[in-house]
Design a protein around this ligand. Structure first.
Ligand code: IPM
Ligand code: MN
Length: 381
């Protein structure tokens, strides 16, 4: 699943032989609950991998707290460490009160700049209802909600961060940026992903749903036009369309009809939070942010400052993001062992959710962060 497109063809036997002696991971805990859930994920990842591979983890700082202390949210050393790592694992960054003069959050610069610096164009967000977790949509059983949101991650409305214009104190604008290259690669990613999956739970049809607001804006009409051109190369995959506003209804009324969903950056940001709400909330929201050369792994959720340091944060989203990291590394370095480790983490997490041992308060249980880690590690063994 979590391959970077080019690798399908570029992987050669020589690269297998070149599997790194150690996987170097850059770890950024961040703010709020970030460090706790990041450590939890790392504990599980290490337990899953065991001594068969060497993971060399190095901690770096970035985010709101870093900004408060040093005046810089995303230090150069952290960027360099991210650039040179085999993969990056992040907790969460940003704090509501830590703002730039323009009113935007300083801590978000880590994630937002990293996406562009490393060209992490595909933000891949599985929306999957695990057994043991009750959906807000109680009529849908586990297995019936299982789709992936592929969010374009480098352009769209967020391309304007720091570049919008405020005229006097009266008018503000941010520009929507949609490029042919950006749409082509994200839709191709979505279609290739659909090929590796089993289709939508409702009917088993491999389907890519293109979400836009093409009935109103030219930028979105262009998104749909280019998306259509790409999908013409995939006659085996059904092309489906939804307007953004309608999509927020469909995701509640018939989430079982989705397989892979692809959209512009801002729309994908909103829809992935909505999707998370249907499968247990943000604590279940794993993500993989991928480019052709780099992989960055963090949950979709924020820093939850209200519960930070209490030991009660749900680490499952970051743990499942850690599984995505191993799967992606496995494909990239032709290391099947890591792909098996990723599967094991998902299976162990599922088992610990079913037994209740890994259910924190937000998903109806009583487990603390450490209990989750312990239960999942036990299920791994
Ligand atoms: C996400 C987050 C980020 C975003 C923040 C941290 C910049 O909410 O990954 O969805 O808005 O893209
Ligand atoms: Mn978000």
């Amino acid at each position: 699943m979590l391959k970077t497109l080019e690798l399908d063809t570029a992987m050669t036997p020589t690269e297998t032989a070149n599997r790194p002696p150690a996987y170097n991971l850059t770890i950024v805990g961040g703010d709020g609950i970030g460090p706790e859930v990041c450590q939890a994920a790392l504990d599980v990842v290490k337990a899953a991998v065991g001594s068969a591979r060497t993971l060399t983890c190095s901690d770096f700082e970035a985010g709101a707290d870093c900004y408060t202390r040093t005046g810089i949210a995303f230090p150069k050393e952290t960027l360099e460490a991210c650039r040179s790592a085999h993969a990056i694992l992040h907790g969460a960054a940003g704090l509501p009160g830590v703002l730039y003069a323009d009113g935007t959050e300083a801590g978000q610069d880590f994630t937002l700049q990293l996406r562009n610096e490393l060209d992490l164009y595909a933000n891949v967000r599985p929306i999957k209802l695990y057994a043991g977790v009750t959906s807000a949509l109680r009529r849908f059983e586990p297995g019936s909600i299982d789709y992936v949101i592929v969010r374009e991650n480098t352009e769209g409305l967020y391309a304007s961060r720091g570049g919008g214009v405020v005229l006097g104190d009266e008018v503000a604008t941010d520009l929507m940026v949609i490029t042919r290259k950006g749409v082509e690669r994200i839709v191709r990613y979505a279609a290739e992903l659909a090929r590796t999956r089993n289709g939508a739970p409702s009917d088993g049809v491999k389907r890519v749903t293109i979400v836009d607001k093409s009935n109103v804006l030219r930028s979105f009409a262009f998104f749909r036009k280019v998306a259509d051109e790409v999908m013409a190369d995939y006659p085996d995959i059904e092309t489906d369309y939804a307007l953004t506003d309608a999509m927020s209804v469909y995701m509640i009324e018939r989430p079982d009809t989705f397989d892979v969903v692809v959209s512009e950056n801002f729309v994908g940001d909103l829809l992935s939070d909505l999707g998370a709400a249907t499968v247990g909330g943000m604590g279940m929201s794993a993500a993989a942010e991928l480019g052709d050369g780099h992989g960055y792994f963090q949950a979709s959720h924020g820093t939850a400052p209200d519960i930070a340091g209490k030991g009660i944060a749900n680490p499952v989203a970051t743990i499942l993001s850690g599984a995505c990291m191993l799967e992606w590394l496995g494909h990239r370095h032709d290391d099947d062992y890591l792909i098996t480790c990723a599967e094991n983490i998902r299976r162990a997490t599922s088992a610990a959710l079913i037994s209740g041992a890994a259910r924190t308060r937000d998903v109806g249980g009583e487990a603390r962060t450490a209990d989750c880690v312990e239960a999942i590690c036990k299920a791994l063994a």
